[in-house]
Design a protein around this ligand. Structure first.
Ligand SMILES: [Mg+2]
Length: 231
């Protein structure tokens, strides 16, 4: 007679999802921002794209918003900055800024009552603006300046191996964390099993900053649909 082993529960799991290039089309978010910023400043599209591209090669995130805001403030145009922010969020919401599978993944978390939050690396002003533009105002999120998210997640783990979740993620505890991210470096320091990760990247089109080795408890997949199938 076979013994039925209960399927592993996910109630003790917290899902941490990256934002840029995992859930959202970051190129499109930047393009729309720059085109609207053009109405308000004389910073050219090419100028911003160039700075952004230089920084992206290093795997960093350019604080486009701060750059434009500072230029406007220098000219005593704070009101125009606020107007730009509003217009950016408004126009972005009429477009779909999400990558394939992103809406389905979040829907999956909601319908199966799983706990999740967005963990994004970058400069707070620009990250929060993009999150709002993508319609994620009500999703728990943390903007971190730590590129190695695994290390950051490991800092939540107590001596008894249980994770104390940050207040932004609702507090409480979790026995395991699942990290979903497009950049290899994000998984550096990720706690071992039962925690795990999904590196969502298509190697045919991957940026240099997305590539790299990942720890053994991280599975490489090519789309968020594949993540959903495996959760
Ligand atoms: Mg990313």
């Amino acid at each position: 007679m076979s013994i039925t082993v209960p399927t592993s529960s996910y109630e003790d799991t917290f899902y941490v999802v990256d934002f840029d290039r995992t859930l959202a089309d970051s190129d499109k978010l930047l393009d729309v921002f720059i085109s609207i910023a053009n109405y308000y400043t004389d910073i050219s599209y090419e100028q911003i794209k160039k700075i952004d591209a230089d920084i992206k090669i290093k795997g960093d995130s350019f604080d486009t918003a701060r750059h434009v805001r500072d230029q406007l403030i220098d000219r005593g145009m704070l009101a125009q900055w606020h107007q730009l922010e509003k217009q950016y969020i408004h126009e972005s919401r009429s477009l779909n800024m999400l990558l394939p599978g992103a809406a389905q993944l979040l829907e999956f978390f909601t319908t199966t009552s799983r706990r999740y939050g967005i963990l994004t690396y970058g400069n707070p002003l620009w990250q929060h603006l993009k999150l709002s533009a993508s319609g994620f105002n009500h999703v728990p999120r943390i903007v971190t300046t730590q590129k190695k998210k695994g290390n950051y997640i490991a800092s939540w783990q107590r001596d008894d191996k249980i994770f104390s979740l940050p207040d932004e993620f609702g507090g409480g505890e979790a026995a395991k964390i699942v990290l979903i991210d497009d950049k290899a470096v994000s998984f550096d320091g990720i706690p071992g099993r039962p925690s795990r990760g999904y590196h969502v990247v298509n190697y045919d089109t991957a940026l240099p900053a997305q590539r790299g080795e990942v720890p053994g408890n991280v599975t490489r997949v090519t789309s968020l649909y594949e993540v959903i199938e495996r959760l």
